[in-house]
Write a protein that binds this ligand. Structure first.
Ligand code: CP
Ligand code: NVA
Length: 311
């Protein structure tokens, strides 16, 4: 029987069980197919999504807004200066007020505690649209993309190269829950959060896969089915970008990796990309690259999530 996700928050990937994530992916696949056939939906007719942004965005803003339009609902964009979260008004009051007008709240924030606070106080579902600690919507879209391109997720060998950041953290939880082996390769000192590593390792033990860390990219990519990267300096770390470039250059995802990875290895990036830093332009345009499928699937995965938690 299908799992019931009505009213649930997604603040972290680990808020959902493997079965629940698979339900989102299955719904996303169906909605994607129906949209590609031109089918119109009114699954979220009359519903309103509030979108709080403390940071810039292309994909998150547009995929949520376009998704809401396609499902018959409406989205309201709240720019960083519109509500000045935590300055003009408390997070608690914002959550309580938005819950009186809207059916779902999505928030892109700096501190993960802010989206946790929103979820604690809101009486409608809250979705994390990226925090400094996690990016769960991205990983739902990525898992959908992996499933589409590789035909499975469980048992694959994935490598994430770069900064042990929000995307890496959510990927670790997602991989662990769905039984995909994952090595997170970073320069020394930029490893993922130790608590998240320990938690994902313990989830992985139960699902029969391995989550590990390494500083050796070439070795980790031998036979890899998936190679994933993200920017070296995330939003909010711009001042560190020049320093980081020196340490991160050996972790660039480039054509050399395709020589050691599986021939059908997929190359992933959540975007925005800084070409010829964390990923070369040439590898991003090979048939192995699925970066624009990931971007498209943001909308389908989020549509599925909103339909399941909000209707
Ligand atoms: N991948 C992603 O979240 O992109 P945006 O920052 O453009 O929303
Ligand atoms: N790690 C990046 C992801 C952008 C989608 C950031 O937080 O800026």
């Amino acid at each position: 029987m299908a799992v019931n996700l009505r009213g649930r928050n997604m603040v972290s990937v680990k808020d959902f069980s493997a079965e629940e994530i698979l339900q989102v992916l299955k719904t996303a696949e169906t909605l994607k197919l129906e949209i590609s056939r031109g089918q119109r939906h009114d699954l979220l007719a009359g519903k309103t999504l509030a979108m709080i942004f403390q940071k810039p965005s292309l994909r998150t803003r547009v995929s949520f807004e376009a998704g809401m339009t396609r499902l018959g609902g409406h989205a309201i964009y709240l720019a960083p200066t519109d509500i000045s979260l935590g300055k003009r008004e408390t997070t608690e009051d914002i959550a309580l007020v938005l819950s009186r007008y809207c059916d779902i709240i999505m928030a892109r924030v700096f501190g993960h505690d802010i989206v946790e606070d929103l979820a604690r106080h809101a009486t409608v579902p809250v979705i994390n649209g990226l925090s400094d600690r996690e990016h769960p919507c991205q990983i739902l879209a990525d898992l959908q993309t992996i499933q589409e391109k590789k035909g499975c997720i469980t048992g694959l060998n994935a490598v994430y190269s770069g900064d042990g950041n929000n995307v890496a953290h959510s990927l670790m939880y997602g991989a662990a829950l769905l039984g995909m082996n994952l090595t997170v390769v970073t320069p020394p000192g930029y490893e993922p959060d130790q608590e998240i590593l320990a938690e994902s390792k313990s989830i992985a033990e139960a699902t029969g896969c391995e989550i590990g860390v390494s500083n050796d990219l070439m070795e980790s990519c031998r036979g890899a089915d998936v190679i994933y990267t993200d920017v070296w300096a995330s939003m909010g770390q711009e001042a560190e970008a020049d320093d980081r470039r020196k340490f991160f250059m050996p972790y660039q995802v480039n054509m050399k990796l395709l020589e050691v990875a599986d021939a059908d290895c997929i190359i992933m990036h959540c975007l925005p990309a800084h070409y010829d830093e964390e990923i070369t332009y040439d590898i991003s345009r090979t048939p192995n690259s699925v970066i624009f499928d990931q971007a498209e699937n943001r909308m389908h995965a989020q549509n599925a999530l909103m339909v399941l938690i909000g209707s």
